[in-house]
Design a protein around this ligand. Structure first.
Ligand code: NAD
Ligand code: TYD
Length: 329
C-alpha cells in the first residue's frame, strides 16, 4: 500500500511509519511541519521514507504529497495539554484549518482517510469506560479542538461520502515520546536526579497503551474499519499518576525524595478510560501490559541518550523553566 502519513515525524506517527514499512512493506511519504515535537531523527533509520516538510494547512503541499497514494493517515497535531492552556493558537490552526485542508484534498482525490484522535474528546469519567457513542465533553483547548476536528471529519463522511475513519487512542507511551509528557519526563528527570513534578494529589488516572499497540490498532482500522465509524483504541491497564512515578523511580534507581507536589493543571481531567470492544471485534487487541511496556520504555531512554540529549539542552530547557519554575540538572 502507498500511504501519506501526516505528522509522521512525531512520536506515534514515526512508530506507525516504522511498523508499516517493516511489517507490512508499505511505501510511505511523510508530510510534517517539524514543530518542536517533530524530528527528522525519529525517522533516521527509515531511509526509504520520503519526508515533505510542510504543514497540513498548506493545500498545495498536501495535494502534491497525496498524488498517487492509496490512503492518508493523519497524526499531525499539537498534542500537549499544558501548552494548549498557555498558548491555544496553534491548536486551533492545526486541528481546525489543517484538518479541513486535508479533508478537501482527500475528497478531491477520492482517498481513504484515517484520522487519529484521542480519548480526551470525551472528557473525564469517574467510573466505567467511554464507548464510541459517549457524548463529546472536552475540557481543554487541546481536547476541544481535537473534538472539533473529529466532528468535521464525520461531516465529510455524511455530506460527501468521504471514506473516513476516526481512531481515538488512550494515553500512549514508548520510544520517541517528547519529554514534556508524563512518562518520558519522569524517566529523564529520575535518571538525572531532578525533581519529579506531580500535579495536584497525583491520583488522576490514565488508561495507558504502548505505542506499538496503538499503531497496530490504527493500521487495523486502516484496512478493516468501516467508513464513517469511530473506533476507540484503549490500553489494557489504568494507573494513577503517582503509581506511574513510583514505578519509574523503581526502574531507574531514582529516589522517592525526588517527588515534588506542584500546582495542579487548571481544569485537570481526573480519569480517562476507554472501552475498545468495537475495534477488538475487528480482530485487534493490545499485546503489551503496562509493567512490561514501562520497562521497555525505560530501557529505550537509557540506551538512546543521543536522541534526547539535544532536546534537554535546547529550547526544551527554556520551556521547562517557564512552566515548572525550576531548572533541569
Ligand atoms: P507529537 O506531538 O509527538 O507529534 C505531532 C507531530 O505532528 C509532530 O511531528 C509535528 O511536527 C507534527 N505537526 C504539528 N502540527 C503540524 C501541522 N500543522 N502540519 C504538519 N505536521 C504538524 O504527537 P503524538 O503524541 O505523536 O500524537 C499524534 C496524534 O495522536 C495526535 O493527533 C494526537 O492527538 C493523537 N493522540 C496522542 C496520544 C498520546 O498519548 N500522545 C493519545 C491519543 C491520541
Ligand atoms: P500528559 O502526559 O501531559 O498527558 P495528558 O494530559 O494528555 O493525559 O499527562 C499525563 C498525566 O500526568 C496528567 O494527569 C497530568 C500529569 N502530569 C503530572 O502530574 N506532572 C507533569 O509534569 C506532567 C507533564 C503531567
Amino acid at each position: 500500500m502507498k500511504l501519506l502519513v501526516c505528522g509522521g515525524a512525531g512520536f506515534i506517527g514515526s512508530n506507525f511509519v516504522r511498523q508499516r514499512v517493516r511489517e507490512h512493506g508499505d511505501d510511505v511519504i511523510v508530510l510534517d511541519k517539524l514543530t518542536y515535537a517533530g524530528r527528522r531523527e525519529n525517522l533516521q533509520d527509515l531511509e526509504q521514507v520520503e519526508l515533505v516538510v510542510a504543514g497540513i494547512e498548506d493545500a498545495d503541499a498536501v495535494r502534491g504529497a497525496a498524488e498517487g497514494v492509496d490512503a492518508v493517515v493523519n497524526f499531525a497535531a499539537e498534542t500537549h495539554v499544558d501548552r494548549s492552556i498557555a498558548e491555544p493558537d496553534a491548536f486551533v490552526q492545526t486541528h481546525a484549518v489543517g484538518t479541513w485542508v486535508l479533508l478537501e484534498a482527500v475528497r478531491e482525490a477520492g482517498l481513504r482517510y484515517v484520522h487519529v484522535s484521542t480519548d480526551e474528546v470525551y472528557g473525564s469519567i469517574e467510573e466505567g469506560s467511554f464507548t464510541e457513542s459517549s457524548p463529546l465533553e472536552p475540557s481543554s483547548p487541546y481536547s476541544a479542538t481535537k473534538a472539533g476536528a473529529d466532528l468535521l471529519v464525520s461531516s465529510y463522511f455524511h455530506t460527501y461520502g468521504t471514506e473516513a475513519v476516526i481512531c481515538r487512542g488512550s494515553n500512549n507511551y514508548g520510544p520517541y515520546q517528547y519529554p514534556e509528557k508524563l512518562i518520558p519526563l519522569m524517566i529523564l528527570n529520575a535518571l538525572h536526579g531532578d525533581h519529579l513534578p506531580v500535579y495536584g494529589d497525583g491520583m488522576q488516572v490514565r488508561n495507558w497503551i504502548y505505542v506499538e499497540d496503538f499503531a497496530a490498532g490504527i493500521g487495523h482500522t486502516l484496512t478493516h474499519g468501516v467508513p464513517g465509524e469511530v473506533y476507540n483504541v484503549g490500553g489494557p491497564d489504568e494507573c494513577p499518576n503517582l503509581e506511574v512515578v513510583r514505578r519509574i523511580i523503581e526502574l531507574t534507581g531514582g529516589d522517592e525524595s525526588q517527588i515534588e507536589y506542584v500546582t495542579d493543571r487548571p481544569g485537570h481531567d481526573r480519569r480517562y478510560s476507554l472501552s475498545s470492544d468495537k475495534v477488538r471485534a475487528l480482530g485487534w487487541q493490545p499485546q503489551v501490559r503496562f509493567a512490561e511496556g514501562l520497562e521497555r520504555t525505560v530501557d529505550w531512554y537509557r540506551e538512546n541518550t543521543a536522541w534526547w540529549e539535544p532536546i534537554r539542552s535546547g529550547d526544551y530547557r527554556e520551556y521547562y523553566e517557564r512552566h515548572y519554575g525550576r531548572s533541569l540538572g
